[in-house]
Design a protein around this ligand. Structure first.
Ligand code: S3P
Length: 229
């Protein structure tokens, strides 16, 4: 099931040839999404003039931001989505690690979570500027009110949602998440989901990740983006 708010803006602003370049022949959902986005893109240029045109062009140049719990697959889905749309992908956690010059576990250990959240907000603010891209964020980014305000103002936000069982099995593959180290992951994820889900629900688009391959989530997102007005 896909929920999308009417206010969400489908925002893939890239010359059409770049979008078409990655299109495989038998991919009807993608073809449909791109056709709709492309016609909207042309429509913006055709229908607007002067300052109103500038505003419309800016609207469709927003980045697409993926939010949701740890282990839901934001990076994998984001990479696939960006590839399909022919735009860049960036993982905000990777950008934080690069900016800080140390792993996230070490940032938490040495400076604490508040420091991490502040750096996360600044890095996301920087990533949002510049050409439109797909950005996968860490699970707590959208929970921070300042980061959320930035995202809501400047991006199309997509909540990837999943059952706790699925998250538990996916997070067990890595040991690099400070909030889970030395704790019962099921308990932590259950508690966090209870607090965070009402906030994630403020995203423009809501999709689900289940036992189906990640391509299914990507298709849900493309469908939802195409329906946005
Ligand atoms: C966090 C999620 C992590 C990372 C940090 C904190 C969270 O990212 O940002 O460990 O608060 O949920 P992923 O969601 O990519 O695991």
């Amino acid at each position: 099931m896909v929920k999308s708010s009417a206010s969400a803006i489908a925002t893939v602003a890239r010359p059409h040839r770049l979008l078409w370049r990655n299109l495989r022949p038998l991919d009807p959902i993608l073809a449909n999404a791109i056709a709709l986005l492309t016609s909207r893109y042309i429509g913006h240029f055709a229908m607007n003039s002067g300052s109103s045109q500038k505003r419309k062009i800016a609207d469709i140049r927003q980045s697409i931001i993926l939010i949701g719990m740890m282990g839901v697959g934001k990076s994998t889905v984001g990479r696939m989505l960006a590839q399909k749309l022919g735009i860049d992908f960036i993982d905000s956690d990777d950008a934080i690690v690069e900016a800080a010059g140390m792993p996230i576990t070490e940032i938490f250990d040495r400076f604490g979570e508040d420091y991490f959240r502040d750096g996360e907000r600044r890095v996301i603010a920087r990533l949002i500027e510049g050409p439109p891209k797909v950005i996968a964020t860490g699970g707590g980014a959208f929970i921070n009110s300042e980061t959320r305000a930035l995202i809501k103002q400047k991006c199309t936000s997509i909540w990837i949602d999943a059952e706790i069982d699925m998250l538990v099995s996916r997070v067990s593959r890595k040991n690099n998440r400070p909030l889970l180290i030395g704790k019962d992951p099921r308990q932590v994820l259950t508690d966090l989901a209870e607090k965070r889900n009402p906030i994630y629900a403020l995203a423009d688009i809501h999709v689900y990740s289940d036992t189906n391959p990640h391509t299914n989530t990507v298709d849900q997102i493309l469908e939802a983006l195409a329906k946005c007005t």
